[in-house]
Design a protein around this ligand. Structure first.
Ligand code: MG
Ligand code: MG
Length: 269
């Protein structure tokens, strides 16, 4: 993933990333509006692509490492890196949607797992726990903490509920490049790893499996799925240390507005 030294950002640079994060939240909200049975993941990708271009930004993923798409759409047992295609989503599916936007020299990176119609309670519980683990991780992004403090709180929480964390893929620094130093694993010990200091920007992105932690790459050479084919969830925020505290640069607020309208259910914050 990220290579080289950590690149610390100024406040004005953090503000650019936050503006991009705002746009990214609106992109994911556009996706949320259409997350209903019968939609194809490729259609969600087109909507996101056009929305990003219409707002003067570029999709971060398209073209990076040969990625053909704006979104990565990972359905059910797919963990991450699913490619949008003609797959028709059906009632009971969950879809982890990962997206990045680039504007004014900086990226923002965020992901959210959506339910398609009614889903099993055990699947909803996995999603709630994954989102909660993200928020616990974000709260550790403080001056003087180390990456291991973020990693450990995520792993400890998730495993206490009987879920498992994926180890092959990790969070990362974010900035002028989508993937910068440091790596941010979702497992590890407290007090180890790079020191978090003012101006560091990282993507915290727990990938949590209902069953075992093991994953495999599909024959399309992109999609990462669980070996046991049980479902997996993924949420991601780009977050900085500012004034010593976490400054979340991406947002789920626009998504949550849509989901409340669509499903009329309380959303976990
Ligand atoms: Mg991402
Ligand atoms: Mg990321």
């Amino acid at each position: 993933m990220g290579k080289g030294p950590i690149v610390y950002k100024s406040l004005s640079e953090l503000q650019i990333i936050q503006q991009n994060g705002d746009l990214l939240g609106r992109v994911l909200a556009e996706v949320a509006k259409r997350m209903v049975p019968g939609v194809k993941t490729i259609d969600l990708d087109t909507i996101a692509y056009e929305y990003i271009l219409d707002h003067g930004a570029k999709p971060s993923f398209k073209g990076l490492y040969g990625c053909p798409s704006t979104l990565l759409t990972s359905v059910n047992e797919a963990v991450v890196h699913g490619l949008p295609n003609d797959t028709v989503l059906k009632e009971g599916d969950i879809v982890s949607v990962d997206c990045g936007v680039f504007k004014d020299g900086f990226h923002a990176d965020s992901a959210y797992t959506f339910a398609v119609g009614e889903i099993k309670p055990e699947t909803q519980a996995l999603m709630d726990a994954t989102l909660q683990s993200l928020l616990l991780g974000v709260a550790q992004v403080r001056a003087g903490n180390r990456v291991g403090d973020v990693s450990n709180v995520i792993q400890t929480y998730v495993e206490s509920l009987g879920y498992s964390v994926v180890r092959e893929l990790v969070g990362h620094g974010v900035g002028a490049k989508l993937h910068e130093s440091p790596d941010v694993p979702n497992f590890g010990k407290r007090g180890i790893g790079p020191l978090l200091q003012e101006g560091v920007v990282i993507a915290v992105e727990p990938m949590v499996n209902l069953g075992r932690r093991n994953v495999v790459t599909e024959r399309d050479n992109w999609t990462i799925r669980t070996v046991d084919r049980k479902v997996s969830a993924h949420y991601e925020h780009t977050v900085a240390v500012h004034d010593g505290k976490p400054m979340v640069l991406t947002t789920f607020k626009f998504i949550e507005e849509v989901l409340k309208t669509t499903y009329g259910e309380a959303i976990v914050h």
